[in-house]
Design a protein around this ligand. Structure first.
Ligand code: GLV
Ligand code: MN
Ligand code: MN
Length: 417
């Protein structure tokens, strides 16, 4: 018989993978072709029900843990061996695409089906995981599921966090998990033999190079902040400018000064203000309250420290008499993957005659938390014009299948060690 990795890779079915991706994309589908399937929402619960239905169809064992990560387990021949894990997330941005996250989960399901159809047995179990709340758009911070699994966040501190409607993680998690009743619960953090996550690149490099596979070597670090500016509400028609504490005017000055301080001729620094809320939001009241967020990213810890160290002083210097609070919501250091999984992914891309390149990830992924627990790696496939976090996100069935082939082959390899 052909070697088992090659047999598994060859059994990946492009159309079956695409069909599952489109079936998932229908859950939370937006009229513009995108997806709104935010973490722990009714749509997220339906996505999990679909996963459990696939598990039944494929004879996989579904189970969950205290933060709602959902696992589908394929047994190995050695009942006592630690599993190899693959997957990503099913939650999306509010105006997200069909592939960010969902691809990694569904490529994992496809890999397990391909392995079974190829008649391949592995020594270790292989499990597909859908991590809870990777995006962090509804509940901050993101990557809650993988961070709890890795011990980087503790569950009790996450449960009281609320979304903008005041619904807590605790309530939303309870309702979401209740939608897939009767499945076993185990404790997050169980031992892993390896973790491999497939994902669309979310950037333009593979497409520009005409290559199919990104062999991911590292993930840049990130820090998220919430800044609140407290001024004084006042009548817009009568209050002299000198007497105002205009929270919006101060916040705009802060953001302008921060953008100047973060300017980087090498275009390596990533600084984004993605949320900006003004209260009370009335045309004829001087704004008394502003909340804005910062997403800061860089590959080097020293630069992260140096530049984020300027955030609070710059905000204070531009407060214009308003009160300012700067809260750090998440702090994820840069992560470098180990040589072993990197080499494994590259070797299987070579075996499958797929063009590939080594590359770091600009986006965050659950793999950044899992990397400290076990040998970890990622596989990227191209996406159209590098567009992501956008309803227009797109990728070709061929490229997505190629990534799933590398995934299936590499999983068999890792699960037979
Ligand atoms: C995940 O979507 C990220 O923010 O990088
Ligand atoms: Mn993602
Ligand atoms: Mn994302």
């Amino acid at each position: 018989m052909k070697n088992p990795s090659a047999a598994a890779g060859d059994s990946v079915d492009r159309d079956r993978l695409w069909r599952r991706l489109m079936e998932m994309a229908a859950i939370g589908a937006r009229a513009d072709g995108g997806v709104n399937r935010q973490a722990l929402s009714a749509e997220d619960a339906r996505a999990r029900q679909l996963m459990v239905a696939w598990a039944e169809e494929l004879g996989l064992e579904p189970n969950t843990d205290e933060i709602g990560n959902l696992y589908l387990r394929r047994a190995g021949s050695d009942r006592h061996a630690d599993p190899v894990l693959t997957g990503s997330h099913l939650d999306s941005q509010p105006s997200g695409g069909k592939f960010d996250g969902a691809y990694g989960v569904i490529a994992g399901v496809e890999a397990l089906e391909a392995i079974a159809r190829a008649g391949v047995e592995t020594r270790r179990p292989i499990e597909v995981v859908a991590w809870t709340n990777e995006e962090g758009s509804r509940f901050q911070p993101g990557a809650m599921g993988s961070a709890v699994f890795a011990g980087d966040m503790d569950l009790p501190s996450l449960l009281p966090i609320t979304d903008r409607a005041g619904i807590s993680v605790e309530t939303a998690l309870r309702e979401t998990v209740a939608a897939t009743p009767g499945i076993t619960t185990r404790q997050a953090g169980f031992p892993l033999a390896g973790y491999l996550e497939a994902h669309i690149e979310q950037g333009p490099r593979l497409e520009a190079e005409g290559l199919t596979i990104g062999v991911v070597t590292a993930i840049q670090g990130s820090r998220w902040y919430t800044i609140e500016v407290g001024g004084e509400e006042a009548h817009a028609g009568t209050t002299p400018l000198a007497k105002r504490k205009d929270a919006l005017k101060a916040a705009v000055a802060m953001v302008g000064a921060l953008q100047e301080a973060m300017a980087d001729p090498t275009d390596t620094v990533r600084f984004t203000v993605g949320r900006f809320e003004v209260g009370p939001g009335s045309p004829n009241t001087v704004p008394g309250h502003v909340l804005f967020t910062i997403d800061f990213r860089h590959p080097e810890m020293a630069t992260i420290e140096r530049l984020t160290g300027q955030i609070e002083p710059i905000c204070q210097a531009n407060a214009q008499g308003c009160a300012v609070t700067v809260a750090l919501n998440s702090d994820t250091p840069p992560v470098a993957f180990g040589r072993d999984v990197i080499d494994t992914v590259r070797r299987h891309a070579d075996n499958l005659a797929l063009g590939h390149m080594d590359m770091p990830s600009g986006a965050g992924h659950d793999a950044m938390h899992i990397a400290k627990l076990c040998p970890t790696g990622m596989i990227f496939v191209p996406c159209e014009r590098g567009i992501s976090h956008n309803p227009a996100e797109n990728a070709t069935p061929e490229d997505l299948a190629a990534g799933a082939r590398v995934l299936a082959a590499a999983l068999v390899d890792l699960a037979n060690r």
